[in-house]
Design a protein around this ligand. Structure first.
Ligand SMILES: C[S@@+](CC[C@H](N)C(=O)[O-])C[C@H]1O[C@@H](n2cnc3c(N)ncnc32)[C@H](O)[C@@H]1O
Length: 348
């Protein structure tokens, strides 16, 4: 055998093993290892006791995490969190602990059922869990809270980049459609004291957002209302936000959401869609893993800029620009196509 062929085989095996590395990271997040190491190095034994683990097993997990640069040996049996592992801490400014913990709760079950999706083209989540993803979060509010917390953490990480390219003047009325627990809207309102906000969410999440916005002293200029973005989106916005919403849905459902927004939008209103846009070509990009994850989870998909433009066109919107916020996410800005006659009023 040509030595290059062995290298090729090992390279593929290493990619296949990534699932073990991912699971180790998720377990570290679930166990709170980042928080347990926040005040400095600890022995594997002390960590095992604090995390409720069998010491030998935890030591082996730490060995894998050390190889991946998440922790480092600090002499003997002591381990420290590295700078790269820092976002495992709950109080890190760019914490992703809850995101990784949520992945740990969902991914092994759902990704494990990828075979069902490949055979049928259908999402595996309803097959495995007995109901759609968001129905599941409503039926299991404790898991809903974990998911909302993960969205909150991830939003904090991307918010500075998004704000920098959002093009807001600062005095707009902003409607965040499917806005989660209000983290992005709060960041925008703090950055723009002259802006007002309205958040539309499912009843469970709208109530959580209402409480949070009040606790943050924003209820004077921001409301959270329950509703269904497939049916109706409030009409009072200058700016409509759809962040990480469209990728959850197949085209026909994404179109219904866009049409609800379009019906609500007055001439001059703008829609900002925040997503991980698939680049042209086949180069590596985080959207590629998320695309398969969305298919398996909910039948959703990641889209190219042209695919978004086509979807917008079918909803009576025109893509005006795409601005990258960071290496993962960007802002697609769309405006209503000029129509002659009255605005459409019937759901379609
Ligand atoms: C992936 S999360 C994104 C949340 C938020 N935009 C963010 O970026 O953090 C999608 C959100 O859509 C909400 N959602 C799902 N179905 C909905 C519906 N029919 N009407 C309104 N919101 C809905 C979910 O509750 C969830 O918070």
């Amino acid at each position: 055998m040509d030595p290059g062929e062995t290298d090729d085989a090992y390279a593929l095996l290493a990619k296949g093993e990534l699932i073990v590395h991912a699971r180790a990271l998720q377990a570290a997040a679930e166990l709170g290892l980042g928080d347990l190491l926040a005040d400095g190095p600890r022995t594997a034994g002390a960590l095992a006791e604090a995390a409720g683990c069998e010491p030998g097993a935890l030591r082996r997990l730490l060995g894998l995490l050390a190889g991946d640069g998440v922790v480092a040996r600090a002499g003997g049996d002591r381990f420290a969190l590295t700078r790269a592992g820092g976002p495992l801490r709950s109080n890190h400014p760019a914490s992703v602990r809850s995101v990784l913990a949520m992945d740990g709760a969902v991914a092994p079950l759902v990704i494990g059922a990828t075979g069902h999706t490949l055979a049928t083209g259908e999402p595996a989540f309803p097959q495995v869990m007995g109901r759609d993803f968001y129905d599941h979060l409503d039926a299991r509010p404790e898991q809903g809270e974990v998911f909302d917390g993960a969205m909150e953490d991830l939003t904090r990480v991307v918010a500075p980049g998004l704000l920098a390219v959002s093009g807001l003047s600062g005095t707009e009325r902003i409607v965040d459609v499917g806005g989660g627990n209000g983290t992005l809207l709060a960041e925008i309102l703090w950055a723009h004291p002259g802006a007002e906000g309205l958040l539309l969410e499912t009843p469970r999440v709208a109530e959580a957002a209402r409480i949070r916005l009040r606790e943050q002293g924003l209820s004077g200029r921001c409301r959270a209302v329950p509703g269904d973005f497939f049916d109706h989106v409030p009409e009072e916005g200058d700016i409509y936000l759809l962040k990480w919403v469209l990728h959850n849905w197949p085209d026909e459902d994404a179109l219904r959401i866009l049409r609800s927004c379009r019906r609500a939008m007055a001439p001059g209103a703008r829609l900002l869609v925040i997503e991980s846009v698939v680049p042209d070509g086949d180069g590596p990009h985080p959207s590629r893993a998320m695309d398969l994850a969305m298919l398996v989870l909910s039948g959703g998909r990641e889209r190219t800029r042209d695919e978004y433009a086509a979807l917008f066109g079918r909803a009576g919107l025109r893509l005006e620009s795409f601005r990258e916020a960071d290496a993962r996410y960007g802002v697609l800005e769309a405006v209503p196509e000029q129509v002659t006659g009255p605005r459409p009023t019937t759901p379609g």
